[in-house]
Design a protein around this ligand. Structure first.
Ligand code: ATP
Length: 884
């Protein structure tokens, strides 16, 4: 039992030196021996079972049964075609589905947590799956615990173990405890950390004692079995729509069959036609095409640094009209540089470069406190850790007060880590014969807990007048967009607890640091504005600093548009919600204010995106419609709570993602509306022919073929249509808006009706052209075959052409650019070519009951086929005129 042993014993048993960790070689060996650190997943479905799943559909059964009957009555060719179509359809479905799945899997891979381990004496971040027993793991707040770990060292470490114990209140951990009782319950083993739990506070180091299935989590190992409902709201809606339309189709097919029987048509032919029409027309693939377009879309988004974790987010993105963003690192570069420091009565500029400055005694105290109270490092021009602290270490270096020297001289013996609620951090270091607390943080918060001030080497009571002087300097620096950080200290005789550190302090002074805005953000904010999206800044920083930067970026114009956390607290929730639209900047806020802000914006029906990185940001990320976590600086906790992760932490990426989200939604719409108009065309054509007592214009195998050729490829190509560059000139889409709004339903009906009528028209033309007429008794078979060939080509080619005009609901195809979707052009050419092959290669023509057309008739069918395309272009042109 690892928890019954001392950490020394455990380290010895696992044969690792806690200072250097395992060597890379040894780690590799152990990885081979113990395997990857992951829970066993459910075995993957075989390709065959996936293929069979594609065939698992009532209609397909009926069709296969029909094929068997065709075989029995000796229509071998028809039977073979039906079976081939079914198989090819299933095969295409399989490929598409597995592609979609792979894309999603690849995305999940990108977001698997990483772990800080010591290897060969260096701390590095590795994929959590490569953690091995004996690894020394470094834990800080917000990290997932990658494996079962025996703590070796801990400072105020708190772990939330609800994944394992169900208890959501974090438990305190302590490396020094040992539990003799082997029956100590998991929840009480405070010297152990368990896989899949997460650290919420403090830091620690420990040695991995179990990985993969050899962990407490592994022994329960149900986590991965949970089946999640992966359909997005749109997919679900379309799936339902598909079912309703499916039933209508079946109804129509039944009517067709019954009417045909009454008319005394060939029973089996009509049965086959009705079934084939059902197969061709029932839009069973709606949800599937959405899944494919979504997966292609999210893959594309991952390339522009936005990783979508939850698919529904893609749809929601298109509706976002408020983007709330953290300031530091997202709107700004997070490259901090101290440019000013202040001790009472002495304000100094820090020159841009150089070292070896000599400060006054007060100034040296200031810098010493800042450096000692920092966890960051800066070596060989390279900083690690919080950029705010790196800037302080750099300041120290320039005054010849390096972190290494100071740390050796004034050893750290205690600390109270930074958190964004207190906005403070403190350490306890040795000082002479006693100890000294060094505190740094938001200057207003320091002034609240300080009682004295250091003035020219003297500690004097902190009077109101002195406070005002510090605040005045703070104000001046903030108005220049500087981030202001104060430092204070107090001397104590003995080691004290973290809770006793932050009171009765002596203020030393403050520094101002610049953090330039990201260059591209200003344009993105302007673009968002044009797209009907408000950008909101949320920051823990000082109000004036925030507003100064917000002004530079075009987020706000005046200080009246800003509110602080304290001011929010003074309002009731109702009052805050009422007034929220007046504000663009929220400063000095803590994570719980972010939840309030999200809720207030949402109460006006806004669709809100919110960024976050810290442990405490999880609630606001979950509350937002789109929770956005930072890929670089974000904690595992915030990533776990998010819908989307920015791999570059950049505000502009959110705006790009919204643009992509809008394009993806539009593409889904195009593909679906196109599919529906094709299906409608087929139904109208056959239905009318039956009602009018015409010969059947298309036989079963022809319908199946067209369904295969025209439905899949062009629909897919439409789903991958390049984005419309003007998509950000439109207002966000109302999430409640019907899928058929803005003329989409009209386009489907218009296209479907025209395609259906023209197919019938072509059939009629083909008959009449050769001197025949509808209702002729003993019409020769060749005449019907010829007319069917005309219908066959028009139905397919008019659908292919119609796909072109579907690319944009407003712009003409010339404005969109004929050749900008090469895939679609390819699909159209391939489709026409295939039709040509089928009617001109004799054995195929025989099989499908078609024949070669004359050149003149090719001209006729092409003109017929162009009509739906031209009519829709004309309608769009008319709408554009009207809009003007
Ligand atoms: P944003 O929320 O936009 O990222 P922020 O980085 O300023 O803004 P926090 O990190 O919560 O937000 O910091 C809030 C305040 O806490 C800062 O303005 C600063 O005064 C103080 N602060 C920031 N980092 C530290 C630190 N490492 N130690 C002590 N105080 C800090």
């Amino acid at each position: 039992m690892w928890f019954s042993k001392s950490s020394k014993e455990v380290l010895k048993e696992l044969d690792v030196n806690p200072a250097t960790g395992l060597s890379n070689q040894e780690a590799q060996k152990r990885l081979e021996k113990y395997g990857e650190n992951k829970l066993k997943a459910k075995p993957k479905k075989s390709l065959l079972s996936l293929f069979l799943a594609q065939l698992n559909d009532m209609l397909i059964y009926v069709l296969l049964a029909a094929a068997v009957i065709t075989l029995v009555i000796g229509e071998y060719v028809d039977a073979i075609i039906i079976i081939l179509v079914v198989l090819i359809n299933a095969f295409v479905g399989l490929i598409q589905e597995s592609k979609a799945e792979k894309a999603i899997e690849a995305l999940q891979q990108m977001t698997t947590p990483r772990t800080l381990v010591k290897r060969d004496g260096e701390i590095k971040e590795i994929n959590s799956e490569h953690v091995v027993p004996g690894d020394i793991v470094v834990i800080d707040a917000g990290r997932f615990i990658p494996a079962d770990i025996r703590l070796v060292e801990s400072v105020n470490l708190q772990i939330e173990e609800s994944a394992l114990t169900g208890e959501s209140v974090p438990t305190d951990k302590d490396s020094n405890t040992i539990f003799e009782d082997p029956k100590t319950p998991i929840g009480d083993r405070s010297n152990m950390l368990f896989m899949s739990t997460l650290s919420t506070y403090g830091r620690g180091e420990g040695v991995v004692v179990g990985t993969g299935m050899e962990t407490e989590m592994g022994s329960i190992a149900k986590a991965l079995d949970e089946d999640v409902d992966e359909m997005t709201p749109l997919q679900r809606r379309l799936d339902e729509l598909g079912k309703v339309l499916g039933f209508i189709c079946i109804g129509i097919c039944a009517v067709i069959f019954i009417v045909a029987l009454i008319q005394g048509r060939e029973l089996f032919d009509m049965f086959l036609t009705a079934i084939s029409l059902a197969v061709a027309a029932i839009p069973e693939g709606l949800a599937a095409i959405v899944a494919i377009v979504l997966s292609i879309g999210v893959t594309k988004m991952s390339k522009i640094n936005a990783i979508v974790r939850k698919l529904p987010a893609v749809e929601t993105l298109g509706s976002v009209n408020v983007i709330c963003s953290d300031k530091t690192g997202t709107l700004t570069q997070n490259k901090m540089t101290v440019v000013k420091h202040y001790v009472m009565n002495h304000l100094k500029d820090v020159p841009a470069e150089g070292a070896g400055f000599k400060g006054s005694d007060d100034e040296n105290e200031l810098i010493k406190s800042f450096v000692l109270c920092s966890d960051a490092t800066y070596e060989n021009g390279q900083g690690t850790g919080d950029p705010t602290e790196v800037a302080l270490i750099v300041l120290g270096n320039r005054h010849n007060m390096t972190k290494n020297d100071l740390n050796q001289k004034y050893k750290r013996v205690g600390e109270k880590p930074f958190d964004s609620d207190r906005k403070l951090m403190s350490t306890l270091n040795e000082e002479g014969n006693g100890y000294r607390v060094h505190t740094k943080g938001a200057i207003d918060n320091i002034l609240q807990i300080a009682t004295h001030a250091l003035v020219d080497g003297q500690v004097v009571p902190l009077t109101e007048e002195l406070k005002q002087q510090y605040l005045q300097i703070t104000l001046e620096m903030s108005n220049d967009a500087l981030r202001v950080l104060g430092a204070a200290y107090k001397d104590v005789d003995s080691i004290i607890d973290a809770d006793e550190m932050e009171n009765g302090l002596t203020v030393i002074g403050l520094v101002g640091m610049i953090d330039p805005p990201r260059l591209e953000v200003k344009d993105s904010i302007a673009e968002a504005k044009m797209a009907g999206i408000r950008s909101i800044m949320i920051t823990g920083d000082h109000k004036n600093t925030a507003v100064a930067i917000a002004r530079q970026l075009g987020i706000a114009d005046s200080i009246e548009q800003s509110l602080t956390g304290a001011e929010i607290d003074q309002m009731s929730d109702d009052e805050f919600a009422q007034k929220i639209n007046n504000y663009r900047v929220f400063a000095r806020v803590s994570p719980e204010h972010k939840v309030k802000i999200v809720k207030a914006f949402k109460s006006h029906g806004n669709i809100v995106s919110m960024t976050g990185d810290g442990v405490n940001d999880a609630p606001s990320l979950k509350n937002a419609d789109i929770g956005v976590a930072m890929g670089i600086t974000g904690t595992d906790v915030s990533k776990g709570a998010s819908d989307m992760i920015l791999t570059d932490d950049n505000f502009s990426t959110i705006v790009h993602a919204v643009e992509e989200g809008r394009n993806i939604y539009n593409n889904i719409k195009k593909a679906v509306i196109f599919l529906l108009s094709c299906n409608l065309g087929e139904v109208i054509c056959i239905f009318l022919a039956i009602l009018l007592n015409w010969p059947i214009p298309l036989i079963a195998t022809q319908l199946l073929w067209i369904n295969l050729v025209t439905d899949s490829l062009p629909a897919l190509a439409l789903g991958m249509d390049p984005g419309d560059k003007d998509v950000m000139k439109e207002k966000p889409r109302d999430p409640k808006e019907s899928f058929f709004a803005n003329g989409a339903g009209f386009r489907a009906i218009l296209g479907g009706t025209l395609i259906g009528l023209l197919t019938l028209g072509a059939f009629y033309f083909g008959l009449v052209e050769h001197g025949h007429y509808i209702g002729e008794v003993n019409m020769p078979e060749e005449a019907i075959t010829y007319a069917r060939t005309m219908a066959f080509v028009v139905l397919a080619v008019s659908q292919l052409f119609y796909s072109l005009t579907m690319r944009n609901s407003k712009k003409s195809i010339f404005q969109v650019g004929f050749m900008t979707n090469k895939l679609l052009i390819g699909a159209i050419i391939a489709g026409i070519f295939l039709q040509f092959i089928v009617i001109s290669v004799p054995f195929l023509a025989d099989a499908f009951g078609v024949q070669m057309l004359t050149l003149f008739d090719w001209g006729v069918v092409l003109v017929f086929s162009l009509i739906p395309f031209l009519v829709n272009e004309a309608v769009k042109g008319f709408m554009r005129l009207k809009d003007k």
